[in-house]
Design a protein around this ligand. Sequence first.
Ligand code: SAM
Ligand code: ZN
Length: 267
Amino acid sequence: MYLCPVCKTPLEKQASTWVCENRHSFDIAKKGYVNLLLSHKMKSKSPGDSKMMIQARQAFLSAGYYQPLANAVVKLAREYGLQRMLDAGCGEGYYTAELARSGVQMAGLDISKDGIQAACKRDKSIDWCIGSVNDLPYLSGYFDGVLSVFCRVDDAEFQRVVRPGGVVVFVGPGDNHLPNLRAGLYETVRPYEKSKQADYLPSFEPLADVSINFPVRLDSSEQVHNLLCMTPHYWSTNPAQQQRLLSQGGLCDSADIQIRLYRRLAN
Ligand SMILES: C[S@@+](CC[C@H](N)C(=O)[O-])C[C@H]1O[C@@H](n2cnc3c(N)ncnc32)[C@H](O)[C@@H]1O
Ligand SMILES: [Zn+2]
């Protein structure tokens, strides 16, 4: 399934190592993942989400607050007959594991080492890999579908790894996502910028849009903090704004999530 990140030939599994015909080799870590991110392609020493962000997301998602989103993604995978999928930017692997549990053969990739290490603990049966969505270390046409949840996409790479007729399931915030979280942080709440998401995958044909809405009721400032750490608002607010939100002690809010499906055209 993997491609050598150095010479782009297929990797073969030999004991606990992935090796290519040119003898580039990549050890499978004891925790169960393989690191296919070349160090000279890393823009920082530890790219992607930090351990703190991964732990916050894991605590929040494991409590089931976003279960309706996981259920919707599982339902779509079933409806579109997606049997082999990549979760591109999987973080600590919540949605990856939910899909695997429903019978989809899953691979999970993230640029964050802490994310992938946490994901390994979630489900040992999944092929976890450290890598970038901009340089996917998988064979061309290998997947029926790619899932992208609150993560950047790469049109050319998604096009390459999805088989003709395959599907991208793209998940992002809807216009009215978490209004009360935003009201707790900002004096004036601006609407989300109208998404230009369709432009992100110009090689694909838009198939369907699904909007899901559900309540998010948090009764501790710890879970509010976890949710905040999962959003870009964590980076765009100062400690005083965050304190204002957290001092409420809980949060009664609603999720508005947009799922966009795209079909890879035959070419
Ligand atoms: C907002 S999180 C979403 C994680 C997961 N999909 C979820 O919803 O739980 C975005 C993720 O993208 C990862 N990421 C950022 N840039 C990336 C890249 N170039 N390639 C792969 N993953 C990347 C981060 O490490 C982080 O785990
Ligand atoms: Zn190689």
